[in-house]
Design a protein around this ligand. Sequence first.
Ligand SMILES: C[S@@+](CC[C@H](N)C(=O)[O-])C[C@H]1O[C@@H](n2cnc3c(N)ncnc32)[C@H](O)[C@@H]1O
Length: 252
Amino acid sequence: MSFDVGAEAYAAFMGRYSEPLADALLAVVRPAEGQRALDVGCGPGVVTSRLVHRLGAESVVAVDPSESFVRATRERCPGVDVRLGLAEALPWPDDTVDLAVAQLVVAFMKDPVVGLREMRRVTRPGGSVAASMWDLAGERAPLSPLWRAVRSLWPGARDESMLPGARDGDLARLMAAAGLTGVTSSELTVSVGYQTFGEWWTPYTFGVGPAGDFVASLSDGDRNALAERCHELLPTAPFTVDATAFVVLAHP
Ligand SMILES: C[S@@+](CC[C@H](N)C(=O)[O-])C[C@H]1O[C@@H](n2cnc3c(N)ncnc32)[C@H](O)[C@@H]1O
């Protein structure tokens, strides 16, 4: 799936949700002055930039497998040690940070238990590991209106509801399987407003993530049919999309 896209494409597509979600997530996780933190699957630096604001660039490290996102995070967060890499093989020694965060990433890990186990390994005893993921299975994700329209046109189409962590209880189960303890779960909801249908639809044509890949794979005719069905199913503009994420906090 494609996260090799520019920071602007991501910002218009998922960044509109992940920026406010990051504020809400850090209010739960509460990084404290003097701590060191890791942002796993940092994308273009949405959580990283907030960690820098609280802890200082020298106390924050970040990693992502997308070269364009690594470049974007380095630009957005000068002084942060941003590495190209995978959660499943974190390029830091044991006990490097007090806090490891993966916002909207677990679903995309090749092996989520290994990735979370790595987050546990680099977090010192007494520290925290946090992860969040949209409720795709419960149809409360930013992408839910799109996938609803897809299923109504092509009932067999594969949506994102089966991705790891994207259903109630799954993130907590994965955390426990990775050996993390004291797992607590909550939910966070963000709202994003759109003035026109086009403002909502256009970012789906930028090829970001599984939904962007799906839209890009369609013929022009099918893409137009999908846009029309989305238009029918969404409220008349201006409208607001509410999105709810599961948030899980645990300890090594
Ligand atoms: C939906 S984006 C979330 C980005 C950012 N955390 C945010 O909240 O905006 C998912 C991110 O996970 C990254 N990713 C995909 N597979 C990964 C893996 N195995 N390990 C770490 N990150 C991964 C992608 O490159 C992408 O940046």
